[in-house]
Every structure is written in C-alpha cells, then in structure tokens.
Design a protein around this ligand. Sequence first.
Ligand SMILES: *[C@@H]1O[C@H](CO)[C@@H](O)[C@H](O)[C@H]1NC(C)=O
Ligand SMILES: *[C@@H]1O[C@H](CO)[C@@H](O)[C@H](O)[C@H]1NC(C)=O
Ligand SMILES: *[C@@H]1O[C@H](CO)[C@@H](O)[C@H](O)[C@H]1NC(C)=O
Ligand SMILES: *[C@@H]1O[C@H](CO)[C@@H](O)[C@H](O)[C@H]1NC(C)=O
Ligand SMILES: *[C@@H]1O[C@H](CO)[C@@H](O)[C@H](O)[C@H]1NC(C)=O
Length: 754
Amino acid sequence: MLSALLCLLALAGGAAPAAAAANARPCASPDSASAYPFCDASLSILARARALVSLLTLDEKIAQLSNTAGGVPRLGVPPYQWWSESLHGLADNGPGVNFSSGPVRAATAFPQVILSTAAFNRSLWRAVAGAVATEALGMHSAGQAGLTYWAPNINIFRDPRWGRGQETSGEDPAVAAAYSLEYVKGFQGEFGEEGRIRLSACCKHYTAYDMEKWEGFSRYTFNAKVTAQDLEDTYQPPFKTCIQEARASCLMCAYNQVNGVPMCARKDLLQKTRDEWGFKGYITSDCDAVAIIHENQTYTTSDEDSIAIVLRAVRHTKSAIEKGKIQEQDIDRALFNLFSVQLRLGIFDKPKDTQLGPNNVCTAEHRELAAEAVRQGAVLLKNDNAFLPVKRSEVRHVAVVGPSANDAYAMGGDYTGVPCNPTTFLKGIQAYVAQTTFAAGCKDVSCNSTDLFGEAIEAAKAADIVVVVAGLNLTEEREDFDRVSLLLPGKQMNLIHTVASVTKKPLVLVLLGGGPVDVSFAKHDPRIASILWLGYPGEVGGQVLPEILFGKYNPGGRLAMTWYPESFTAIPMTDMNMRADSSRGYPGRTYRFYTGDVVYGFGYGLSYSRYSYSILSAPKKISVPHSSVPDIISRKPAYISRDGLDFVKIEDVASCEALVFSVHIAVSNHGDMDGSHAVLLFARSKSSVPGFPIKQLVGFERVHTAAGSATNVELTIDPCKHMSAANPEGQRVLLLGAHVLTVGDEEFKLLIET
Ligand SMILES: *[C@@H]1O[C@H](CO)[C@@H](O)[C@H](O)[C@H]1NC(C)=O
Ligand SMILES: *[C@@H]1O[C@H](CO)[C@@H](O)[C@H](O)[C@H]1NC(C)=O
Ligand SMILES: *[C@@H]1O[C@H](CO)[C@@H](O)[C@H](O)[C@H]1NC(C)=O
Ligand SMILES: *[C@@H]1O[C@H](CO)[C@@H](O)[C@H](O)[C@H]1NC(C)=O
Ligand SMILES: *[C@@H]1O[C@H](CO)[C@@H](O)[C@H](O)[C@H]1NC(C)=O
C-alpha cells in the first residue's frame, strides 16, 4: 500500500495555525528525550519516526493525514501546515505562507520558471532555488511560512495552450530533468546525516499532467491516454531525475487519470518511485484529488473505496477502517513517511543557532539575482538590421504602449506572492530617457475595444522610439484555464499594426506570457524591427528591459518551447501522443517529434553578437560494452533488429558510464559586445527512424565570450540517458550506427557500435 497525505484544505475548515505553533518544538529541551523516545537523538530518524507512530491513537493518526495536520497536544507535537508554495519565490497560494501574519510583508518575485529556463544556466537555476530557500527559512523563523514546499512543477510543456506551461521548464524532458535537479538541490540543501534537509521540495504533478480546462475537458476528470513509449521518454524522465538524482523528499500525484486509472491510485507507477528510484519521502495528492476520484471521476463507488486505493483522508478514513477497506498499518506507513520528513527537517528539535530571519527576505542580493535571471532568460526573437540596442544618447523621447506596460502585477505569472518592490516597464524606461509617454492602448490584456487606440497613436507619432508591450496575462492563461487560440488576445494585433503605421522608425515589440504566441504577422512585418520575449519577468522586469534596449546587457536566452502557428489548435489538446502519425494527419508535438511549421523553434534566440562554433575535439566512435549477465550474453544477437536497424537495450548495457564522452567546442563572438549565451548540442540519427525523435538535445551550457574573442566549452554527453529513446514497448534503446551531432551550423558524426 502506498502512503500519502491528503491536501484537503477545503474540507478541513479553514487554515491551520501554520505558523503560530511552528516554533513549538517538543524535542527542544534537554530532558525531552527521556520523556519521549521520538526525541531521543541517539536513535536513528527512522527509529524516532516509528516511536512516534507507535504512541498515537487511531484518532490522533487520522488527524495527521491532512495537509492541515492536527498535531498531538499530549505529546507536544505541534500542528503543522504541510502546504507552502515556492515555485519562483514564496507565494501564498497555499495556506502555509502568509504575508499578513508577521513582520515579513513581501518576498522576492523571481521570474516565472519558463523564463529562467531560457537562460540554460544550471548554476543560475540552483542559485535562484537557493535564494528562495533562504527567504523561506527567513519567513519560517518569523512564523509565516512552512518548511515543506510543493515545487517544482516538472511536467512537460506538451501543448502550447496549457495554462500552467509557464510554471514549467519547457517541452524537453532532459531540460526539465536538469532543472528539477538544480531546483531540488538548491532548495533542500545538501543532504546531511540520515538525509537531513533544510527544506523539503516536491516533484509535481506525477504524471502526464498538462491540461487544465479546455473545451469540455477538465484536469480533474481527464483520462490521459499515454503510450508506454511516450511515458518512458517524455513524461517520466523529469520525475526519475527529481527523485533518483535530486532526492526530493516529496512527490505529488496528479488529478488526472493515466490510461483509465486515477494517478493517485496508480499503485504501479507510485510504487516504482520507491522500488526503482529509491524514493524516500512522502506522497501527497493534489488538493482534493481523493474526493474527486469518487465524486467526479466515478472511478470508485464510494469515498471509502477511494481512500482504500490511495489511502488518505480525514472525513472518511475512520469509516474506511471500520468497513475493513484499509488496515491501520497502511496509515502507519503513511505517517512514518510524514514524520520521517519532519524529523529530517528538524521540526521537533532545538533550532540551530544560525537561523535566518526576516532580514534575509527581499535583500538587494536576491533582487540582483532575480534581475540576472531575467537578463539571462530574455529571448531576442527578431532584430532587423541590428535595430537594437539603441544608443541612449540618440533617444530623447520614448513612447511605451500596452496594457501591461505600467502594471506591476501583470509581470509575475502564476504562483506569485507579494513582490518586494516591483518596477513596471514604464518606470524602468523613465530612469533612462528624459521624456517618456505612456499609452495603454487597450483597457486590459483581453483588449476588446479600440477606444484607447487614439491615445496610443498620438504617443507613437511624437516619439523617437516606440516600445509596444503585448502578450498574455493570467486572464488568458493560468491554473485551471487553458487558451483556445495562440494568437494575441482580442485586438492586440490591430493595436500593434495601428501603432506601427505611424511611428517614425520601426517599433520594438516586447512580448509577455508563458505560452507561445503566433506572432507570424510581426515576424514578417518590416515596421516591427525587434521582438523581445520576456515571459513573466517578475518584479525586476521593468529594471531589466531598458538594460537590454539600450545595450547595457547583451541577450542570449533561447526558447525552451516550440512556438507553433495558430493552425496547430486544430489538434485536440487531449491528444497525448508525442509522435507524429501521418496516417491520421497528426503532426506530433515538441521539437523532438513535430513535423509541421513553426513560428519560432525550440532553442531559437538571437543576440547582439554573432557567435560561431567549431568542434575542437569529439570522439568518432564509441563502443557499447555488453552486459556481463550470462543470459543476456547468450542472447544472439545481443541487440534488437527492427526495420533493418539495430538497437541495444539500455538495460543490457554493462556500463553506461563507460559510454560517457566529452565534446570540446570553441565559441567565437564576432560582435562588438561581450555576451553570454546558451550553447545547445543536438543529436539525430543519420537515417530517419520511425518513432525516434527527429533530433534531441544531448547537452547544453551557458557560455560567456568577450567581444572579438573565443571561449572553449566542454559538454559531457551520457548516451544512455540523452541519445536513447523508447521503443513501442516502452523500453529505452540506443540506436546503433551513425549519429549526427550539431551545434549551430557545425556538425560531426559519431558511430555507435557494439
Ligand atoms: C493570514 O494571517 C492573517 C493575520 O494573522 C489572518 O487573518 C489570515 O486568516 C491568514 N490567512 C490564511 C490564509 O491563513
Ligand atoms: C550563470 O548564472 C550564474 C548565476 O547568476 C552567473 O554567475 C554566471 O555568470 C552565469 N553563467 C554565464 C555563462 O552567464
Ligand atoms: C466534483 O463533483 C462534485 C459533486 O458533484 C461537485 O460539487 C464539484 O464541483 C466537482 N468538482 C470538480 C472539480 O469538478
Ligand atoms: C492581469 O491579470 C490580473 C489578474 O490576474 C489583473 O489583476 C490585471 O489587471 C491584469 N492586467 C492587465 C493589464 O490586464
Ligand atoms: C473580451 O472578449 C472575449 C471574446 O469576445 C470575451 O470572452 C471576454 O469576456 C471579453 N473580455 C472583457 C474583459 O470584456
């Protein structure tokens, strides 16, 4: 039986005294160990957790199973609120974080994840997670935040309409996996003795969850029909890394069903995380997922049955036990996992002397890191005739147009808390130019009327340079809400056309939003000189935009998701297939499989510099060492042949480490500005192989290169992990024969043989 915790806030009747009691620590006093064996520091954490479980009555146990855990007053165990949020800064979407119950009134709003991802910089990702953790600990010490957080969101950005795609690290499983590793390690801190951690991070939402509400479908009841092949090489890899390598202490199961069974009841997929990936932590359901299994998915005939299959709840647990649907041992196992995590966090013990406090929140250092994340993530999509950067000395008057251009709260995206000191684009630009004029152009992002166009025309006519801020907002894409169109909302396109027709010079278009937008019109319109995508940049967006416009920073981010044309919306969002199928006119999804046209592709992004690459060294061939397992050796041949091609199963490879190789690349900056940008190395097979990715990312690194010089970068490639793909049976295989690796316009061949 799996173990889990129910996110059951709605049913629990209000928020728990999360913080109030957070500082009550039953094991803080020196004599507590003799009073309570679970306080005995000479015991292992597991023994202490078992000791605590053994002391509880059934009612006390049941009271621990909600995210709003009741505590055990007679043992001094404080109530605990498990649900805090920290996706890209502390957020109050969960009741564990409260900005009005103490001295901390705000926290640094880092850019939304899809933007930081575009930096392709692992140390940046880790630094941001570390800074969010510092703020969490500071806020926790003031009793305003918990120690257990339900981030990162590591689902694959499978469909451009997805309202929560913004929260993810894009469409590539290897990037999402790499991000999860940095986030969890940066956030939880280094593992101490017995897996001690400073905070708990949660890999969510397990698995194949990437639709909110689209046409008649809802995430609560959606049955995701996923092939074994897609599950293995698209949906699962980030979770595997998040658990196995990053060692997250929490896993959240998703609302949706996978192939007819609610994910929180997929015993096979949940147990796999413990048996195969070594998961040691607690499993939580997404909020109310258990009741939904019965009430909305009608998968079970009663709530007791729902609990029996997923084990959790408050309302119905006792009656489930009475009716014999679950055993008390099942609850004990869940509690053991919960208490183990609390003990690993040191919740019951005397606090360390080196506590962080409210002064560690909203620091200048964190603000600078947030700005750095925006700078590194910003993606320059178009820059005709090197229109940008503009010389500050040559610009007297800038017009800033657009409904979000002066709205500090349009910039955060989903799961934003209270930002420390948000700067709007208008304010940011005002700090650089003597004269600025602002015109909203549209009343709001939905932009349903042309009433305010006149004002925008006047502002644009008078200015030397016009910056139009367009794109999305949470009114267009958010949790529980997907888009139906990829075009700019309402009359935004008309606004851009109208403004473009009156400006003195071509205009600069700044796009906001997490999901891709079909801006083909702007891509092809010479009156629009430059397009800069800023995702949801968080509180420092307004500070960074002028740095890029005026050339203080040289952009070098790259899109972490494909920008599809509007015609893609003819594909039902509910089709989970990654692979194209020409027999039914299905184009496939993401750069790995999609066969149609794109507006901008995965990995696209310009810079003020022109970079070129040359391969300094790379192997010409690698040989796969065979397994030493006798029955595999005796299998002849040791590889699988299919469609005239030979594959070796990854599980039959004796040592994947032996296959790891390095590629050294020289990166030259031919521009006159220093710059850092993301170097992406892709692999494809020499011949096109049915069901195999068209190409896939095998390595990436952000590199800084001074103007007019070159930098060497080394990429380390793990072929088992990054050059393999799943076969139709869902087994990972490596194609033998010639592969082509490409970086920019450079390529080299690699032969994989047995
Ligand atoms: C946050 O704290 C305030 C002040 O203590 C309280 O009134 C409010 O209910 C709390 N909010 C939540 C969601 O717990
Ligand atoms: C990656 O990010 C870190 C943290 O912001 C930064 O110090 C480093 O310079 C970045 N790397 C490059 C090549 O830009
Ligand atoms: C689930 O079903 C219940 C009872 O019919 C209904 O009240 C609730 O709104 C539904 N919830 C969702 C998320 O669809
Ligand atoms: C963006 O959305 C938020 C609500 O999510 C709203 O408060 C804000 O006004 C919107 N901004 C614009 C410019 O529409
Ligand atoms: C704008 O128009 C769309 C579609 O016509 C409609 O769904 C939406 O509610 C409107 N928004 C506002 C703010 O009027």
